[in-house]
Ligand binder design. Structure first.
Ligand code: NDP
Length: 245
């Protein structure tokens, strides 16, 4: 049986670890050629080699306009097109409003919002010409509810939803779809950095009573990337075990 994205080409940013690596792995298992993009060249090249299938590891800072355009260009040159683009790279710089330096506000807005916008712009240009494509942006339930200590991150993740919907309306007539996923509490390096008592408190508040695994987010991304979601655009899928429903 062929995979859900057999023969398609995908780019995944922030694919060196965590949710991005799980997305790249699942897309590859389902038949895609995948360009894994991250800040650390060695890590991402190793991750690409470990996938086994056709894959590329490309170093890129998603806030760098020229670098994002180059990644899309190199992927198209190597694999002959671009069908799926996942904007997943992310950082946190948590602090209360009283303590957060403006640099930490700017850094988080830049990686999530500018990075996602650059990715959407570059990928949609190729997909419009081809007359098909699926872009998936990783937002967060923090962008739905607002988390104290995360005014920067919550603003960026809510902004990704607005960006997703506006872009979806611009490119829908070219058969290019743009959707978002809002994960809840997922077990990765990002959440391992949280104080254990806060993690436990958040986990206890989840109706399913557990944190999610990166692969459970990847499943929603695969659905949006594949033809199973062919009539969905501008949508937001929550992957949070019932949290903040
Ligand atoms: P990780 O920190 O485990 O992975 C994020 C990856 O993004 C890292 O490999 C990181 O590289 C890379 N990255 C950071 N900045 C840049 C940049 N400027 N350019 C390119 N790559 C960059 O995080 P997660 O896997 O947990 O998160 C993935 C996405 O999911 C993020 O957008 C996050 O906000 C979102 N999310 C996560 C949730 C969770 O509970 N974990 C919940 C909701 C959303 P490096 O390590 O070298 O910095």
């Amino acid at each position: 049986m062929s995979g859900l994205v057999e023969g398609r080409t995908a780019i995944v940013t922030g694919a060196g670890q965590g949710i991005g690596l799980a997305i790249a792995t699942l897309l590859s298992e389902q038949g895609a050629r995948v360009a894994l993009v991250d800040l650390d060249a060695d890590r991402v090249k190793q991750a690409a080699a470990d996938l086994g299938g056709p894959a590329l590891g490309l170093a890129c800072d998603v806030t760098d306009e020229a670098a994002v355009d180059r990644v899309v260009r190199e992927t198209v040159e190597e694999f002959g097109g671009l069908d799926i683009h996942v904007n997943n790279a992310g950082i946190t710089r948590d602090a209360s409003l009283r303590k957060m330096p403006v640099e930490d506000f700017d850094a988080v807005i830049n990686v999530h919002l500018r990075g996602t916008w650059l990715g959407v712009r570059a990928a949609s240009a190729v997909m419009r010409d081809a007359g098909s494509g699926s872009i998936v942006n990783i937002s967060s339930l923090s962008g739905k509810s607002g988390n104290p200590g995360q005014t920067n991150y919550s603003a960026a993740k809510a902004g990704i939803v607005g960006l997703t919907k506006a872009a979806a309306k611009e490119v829908a007539h070219k058969n290019v779809r743009v959707n978002a996923v809002q994960p809840g509490l997922i077990r990765t390096a990002m959440t391992e950095a949280m104080p254990p008592e806060i993690f436990a408190e958040r986990e206890a508040a989840i109706p399913m009573k557990r944190a999610g695994e990166p692969r459970e987010v990847a499943g929603a991304v695969l659905f949006l990337a594949s033809d199973l979601s062919s009539y969905m655009t501008g949508g937001v899928l929550e992957v949070g075990g019932g949290r903040l429903m």
